[in-house]
Design a protein around this ligand. Structure first.
Ligand SMILES: C[S@@+](CC[C@H](N)C(=O)[O-])C[C@H]1O[C@@H](n2cnc3c(N)ncnc32)[C@H](O)[C@@H]1O
Length: 243
């Protein structure tokens, strides 16, 4: 139900979205791009991609970057497709963050900017992100941070006035969702843009897959019978809890 409301809201907003939120978009997406540090060969999924601004930015640096943008709003997607119709390495599809239109383990990097506060089931959305990243892939999420006073105010006002809005979170609540979804946080920070906008960002990776990769490396070390390799393999095994 909430998703349907958000979809309608963004369908109506789509034509003026880029202009109305120009500075906000520039600040948040440039920061997200720098933070994510995406290599040109990486395949990228942008969840809640909106009008395709993140894709446009990334293509400026890496014109052949393979990307899929997913959003629930057909009108936001129409703007994104129009903007990037000449780029054959980018596709856009309609879909929900909790039911992504992708098979398992397809992407090196999943990005999601300024949208987590709309998600009705945040842990389910993270579980979907985890499902579609490749072994060793990462998830990068930027969203409003309720640790700040202004965000607490926005949160309270939007809950009363905006039927599509769900809620934003404190950094500690946000991080706890990652551990519930069994994603390991690799890096995290909080950041302000001007006086009005306060965010947090996380890069996370798939815990179990990281363990699986380490497990293989331990086996390799064990197969080499030198004392150093045996010592290293025991250290690694106790780190991931298999010793
Ligand atoms: C504030 S805009 C952000 C767009 C883009 N990420 C950016 O930073 O410019 C929020 C977007 O989230 C999308 N959205 C909200 N809930 C969603 C959901 N459950 N699944 C997919 N997209 C969703 C909206 O349609 C809208 O395009």
């Amino acid at each position: 139900m909430v998703e349907f409301v958000v979809q309608q809201q963004y369908d109506q907003l789509a034509k003026i979205y880029d202009q109305r939120w120009k500075t906000y978009i520039e600040n948040t997406l440039n920061f997200t791009k720098q933070w994510a540090n995406i290599p040109p060969e990486a395949t990228v999924l942008d969840i809640a991609c909106g009008t395709g601004e993140f894709e446009r930015l990334l293509l400026q640096d890496n014109p052949n970057q393979h990307m899929l943008g997913v959003d629930i709003s057909t009108e936001m997607l129409a703007i994104a497709r129009q903007k990037l119709h000449h780029c054959s390495s980018v596709r856009f599809e309609q879909g929900s963050a909790t039911e992504l239109p992708s098979a398992n383990e397809q992407f090196d990097i999943v990005v999601c900017a300024s949208s987590f506060h709309y998600f009705d089931q945040p842990v389910d959305a993270l579980a979907e992100m985890k499902r579609v990243i490749k072994p060793g892939g990462k998830v990068v999420i930027l969203d409003w941070c309720k640790d700040y006073l202004l965000c607490r105010l926005y949160d309270a006002v939007l809950k009363l006035t905006d039927p599509g809005y769900r809620q934003c979170y404190t950094q500690s609540e946000f991080h706890s969702f990652f551990s519930t979804a069994q994603l390991t946080i690799q890096a995290a920070t909080k950041i302000r843009f001007g006086l009005a906008w306060e965010f947090m960002i996380v890069t996370a990776t798939n815990t179990e897959l990281r363990k699986a990769v380490l497990f293989d490396q331990i086996k390799l070390l064990e197969s080499n019978q030198s004392p150093l390799c045996l010592e290293l393999s025991q250290d690694a095994a106790s780190t991931i809890g298999t010793a």
